[in-house]
Write a protein that binds this ligand. Sequence first.
Ligand code: AMP
Length: 312
Amino acid sequence: MKIIESVSQASVYVADMRASGKKIGFVPTLGGLHKGHQLLMQRAREENDAIIISIFLNPMQFRKPQFLKYPSDFEQDMRVAEEINVDMIFHPPVAEMFQHVAHIDNFFKFQTAEAAHRQDEHFVIEQQDENGIDNLVRVPSNLVYQLDGKIHPWTFDGAATIVYKLFNILQPESAYFGEKDIQQLAILTKMAETYFPAIKVIGVPTLRDADNLAFSSRNVLLSDEQRRTALSVYHALKHGEHLIRTGESDAAIVLNAIKAIIAAQPLIKIDYIDIVDKRLLKYAKKISDDMILYAAFFLNGIRLTDTLIVEL
Ligand code: AMP
């Protein structure tokens, strides 16, 4: 397994792969690798000749306290990747991806007036924004102001910006993303259609642990009690699913039932809970199509999310 930190070496590696006719499958990650990430890598392994994963804790996707708290252990990540026979880990330092940004704090300034930079239905690529970020991708309003993008839209600009850069460098045949981050998947699918039509974006269902908690890098930060508490969110979403499957078609009733179960947990601070139409990612008063039940919450300052897709 090769570990590459520089963009120029990664480009040489990819060119060699292409010259030998190998199809590349790519799994971008923030690190803190777990079995959910392994599922994406396995899928990439099955469908390609070589797999590249990236491990890059992207400062554009977090506020600073969450960024500093994010669990990363590169030695452990290498072991997890090796189990799936990953061919190359691209592990660039921040300066390699954002050459013109002097200090990490600058990333957090770009959130101000973010709305002014967007178009309704089209992506905007800012060659260089006022903080020195090159090729900053602004996600269209119709995709970004949904679900918890209503509260922190810049997270998705951050994810789109880094994936745009990674796609340009690595030029894979296919890239794999989790349905757990359903809005990210929708945005990156659209971005690839717009700028990288040769890259197939593939969504992979959420992998859960034996107790049904979705695998997440941040789960290692939870005590046993907090883990049980986090599971109550899954049970609340399951209850919502049960209501829908037994004929409830009023989205407000389902949403309120979910919220009531979660609100009864004093340790949980709700960030965002919603029920949206799967195709449009928009709230629909009447449930008549496939739906997404989504919850983002804080547990002892740790931000977690869970997603259930209800196919009708
Ligand atoms: P992250 O490092 O959290 O950005 O995750 C990297 C990729 O793995 C993203 O596309 C996630 O949606 C996906 N992912 C994270 N957790 C899971 C999971 N439990 N099951 C499947 N995919 C996941």
